[in-house]
Design a protein around this ligand. Structure first.
Ligand SMILES: NC(=O)c1ccc[n+]([C@@H]2O[C@H](COP(=O)([O-])OP(=O)(O)OC[C@H]3O[C@@H](n4cnc5c(N)ncnc54)[C@H](OP(=O)(O)O)[C@@H]3O)[C@@H](O)[C@H]2O)c1
Length: 244
């Protein structure tokens, strides 16, 4: 086990996009960061090399056995987890009439894995110590809906409900649970959207531009290090695209 006294943050989907920026920002704020990845090994390892005390953890979070192995590795590597950022997410674009059941399951299985990983992190690291912070990265579309993304919007709406329920279950502990619902952020995930979809989204953003990964990581760092009376809520970071 590493004997560093730095607090430890685990970021799922930390090898790419928003997750990678969260890893950088949390490391800059003094955390040892566990960079979780599934397939982006090269990116995750490159990032770990940049982060003081950083380490990489591999798991497909749709597979409970791989989560159990990740928890064991975390125990050996860091011995504690102070902040969990549930950032991993998956989407398949297709209307309901053509979307396959397997695609539906693949999208929703990440949400199931997020629930199981959170349960294991709470049980092994946070609950006994009575403190910790859980930050779920949901999405504006969980509130507005979005055509062609029904399972994804269901998963993200569910993630925000998870935040609210879990915050209430943690009553009496110093364990804060919050969501950040990004709007349209420049990453590989949004790069894949058809041009006409991108243009129509842009027209609905009062700030007239997409957001950056750093603008999400900034709010993640706030919830990880300050925000001591923010609990059970959803912070919308979307340029005014949706005010709710
Ligand atoms: N970009 C946006 O505009 C936007 C807006 C709202 C919400 N979000 C949310 O922000 C989060 C980050 O998205 P992003 O934009 O940064 O896109 P991204 O780069 O595609 O990130 C998605 C991450 O999720 C991980 N992942 C997917 N399925 C997984 C699985 N079964 N097991 C483990 N990890 C899995 C991927 O890991 P590997 O690459 O290692 O496979 C990847 O690092 C997601 O939850 C997304 O829904 C993004």
């Amino acid at each position: 086990m590493n004997e560093s006294s730095a607090p430890v943050a685990l970021v799922t989907g930390g090898g790419t996009g928003i997750g990678a920026e969260c890893c950088r920002a949390l490391a800059a704020a003094g955390f040892r960061v566990g960079v979780h990845y599934r397939s982006s090994e090269e990116k995750a390892q490159k990032l770990v090399a940049e982060l003081p005390g950083g380490f990489a953890l591999k798991a497909d979070i749709s597979d409970a056995e791989q989560i159990d192995a990740l928890i064991k590795q975390l125990k050996d590597e860091a011995g504690q987890v102070d902040v969990l950022v549930n950032n991993a997410g998956y989407n398949v674009n297709a209307p309901v009439l053509t979307m396959k059941l397997d695609d539906y399951d693949a999208v929703r299985s990440v949400e199931r894995g997020t629930w199981y990983l959170t349960k294991m992190i709470l049980r092994r690291f946070m609950f006994r110590r009575g403190s910790g912070r859980i930050i779920n990265i949901s999405s504006v579309v969980g509130h507005t809906g979005n055509p062609g993304q029904i399972p994804y919007t269901m998963a993200k709406a569910g993630l925000d409900a998870f935040t609210k329920s879990l915050a209430q279950e943690m009553a009496g502990k110093d364990i804060l649970v919050n969501s950040i619902a990004p709007g349209f952020i420049d990453t590989d995930m949004t790069e894949e959207l058809p041009e006409e979809v991108k243009a129509s989204i842009l027209a609905r953003i009062p700030l007239g531009r997409t957001g950056t990964t750093a603008e999400i990581a900034d709010v993640v760092t706030f919830l990880a290090t300050r925000g001591s009376y923010v609990n059970g809520t959803v912070i919308h970071v979307n340029g005014g695209m949706y005010g709710g």
